[in-house]
Design a protein around this ligand. Structure first.
Ligand code: NAP
Length: 316
């Protein structure tokens, strides 16, 4: 049975709340270096602030425009100047460019920076429009190149860091979108499909890598009036969520408190304590591998055994 995303918990948060507060001791990011793609603006910048509040030792923000990154670094250093805990680093880079991704990780390695938490937040939104079949193939593929290929290559480099101590757990946060289950996705079919594709890919990667190796959480951040949003929608069109919600949620999702949700897609709005106390939710999480994963709506997940003459084969 499908759940209603807007009513999964009785409290539908629009702003941060104590359970996901980055100053909570159990969510501390002390001693950890955190890399946020697209951390110079929008949701990514707010995520950078939240990780600093959680005491991360280093917050590295990556984006294509150095002016945006420089301005962000000034703001972050100003806000956190009273605490000597977090070092802020900006690195110009394009996750859709393989050389740029390689040089980013070479730089980090050369600086002896081991990234413990990776937040895949940067995204390519175009092309948008009502008729996907009138779109240019290259423009369509540019979205896949950044949102799938770029995120994939960032993940590969993250997991294979030379500085990663043997057995060291990593945390990966995929800033996804409710668009992955929006049907139809009017005007944004390519964007939502790329977001679905990467959420599917990283969800399946979580089957290959247990939570002790790399804790992976994908989430819908909300409806946020970011720089990106201003390009596509009128401010009066939506009831916007507060930036602190997805920002603090990212810290919670990168903590041991979220380990039980490894590989799943969630909404930042769902009350984390209520979720954990919901027996039906826990049962489904335990018994349905496809629960909160990208798959075919209306169909239960299928295992390869069904095709291997072990169970259910005679029904195929
Ligand atoms: N805003 C919403 O309501 C909303 C809703 C659902 C999901 N999301 C998701 O939330 C995330 C952040 O969205 P946002 O609204 O904050 O977007 P945004 O305001 O456009 O910010 C995106 C950031 O990513 C950077 N970026 C874009 N392409 C990049 C690339 N190829 N390499 C490196 N950095 C790149 C941009 O900086 P440069 O241009 O300088 O590179 C920018 O700072 C995205 O994953 C989006 O899909 C947002």
């Amino acid at each position: 049975m499908s759940l209603d995303s807007l009513n999964i918990t009785s409290t539908h948060h629009r702003d941060t709340y104590p359970a996901i507060s980055p100053t909570k001791t159990s969510l501390s990011q002390a001693g950890k270096a955190v890399l946020i793609t697209g951390g110079g603006g929008g949701i990514g910048f707010e995520i950078a602030r939240s990780f600093a509040k959680a005491g991360a030792s280093k917050v590295i923000i990556v984006g294509r425009r150095s002016t945006v990154l420089d301005a962000a670094i000034v703001k972050l250093r100003e806000e956190f100047k009273g605490s000597a805990t977090t070092e802020f680093i900006a690195r110009q880079g394009d996750i859709g460019n393989d050389d740029s991704v390689s040089s980013l990780w070479e730089f980090l390695n050369s600086q002896n920076i081991f990234v413990r938490v990776l937040v895949l937040n940067a995204a390519h939104f175009d092309p948008m429009g009502p008729d996907t079949l009138k779109m240019d193939k290259q423009e369509l593929m540019d979205g896949f190149n950044v949102n799938v290929g770029g995120n994939f290559l960032m993940t590969v480099n993250f997991v294979n860091q030379l500085l990663r101590p043997a057995g060291q757990q990593l945390n990966l946060i995929n800033v996804s979108s409710a668009g992955i289950h929006m049907i139809p996705a009017t005007n944004q079919t390519p964007y939502t499909t790329t977001k679905s594709a990467f959420t599917a890919l990283i969800g399946r990667i979580s089957d290959e890598h247990p939570v002790e190796d790399i804790q992976i959480i994908s989430y819908h951040p909300g409806v946020l009036y970011s720089e990106g949003a201003t390009k596509y929608v009128d401010k009066n069109m939506f009831k916007w969520d507060e930036m602190a919600l997805p920002a603090d949620y990212a810290v919670w999702a990168a903590s041991p408190e979220a380990s039980w949700l490894h590989g799943r897609f969630l909404w930042a709005h769902w009350d984390v304590d209520e979720l954990k106390a919901n027996k039906d939710f826990l049962k489904r999480l335990d018994s349905e591998k496809g629960f909160l994963r990208v798959a075919v709506q209306g169909l239960k997940e299928i295992s390869v055994d069904a095709f291997l003459n072990k169970q259910g084969h005679n029904k195929l």
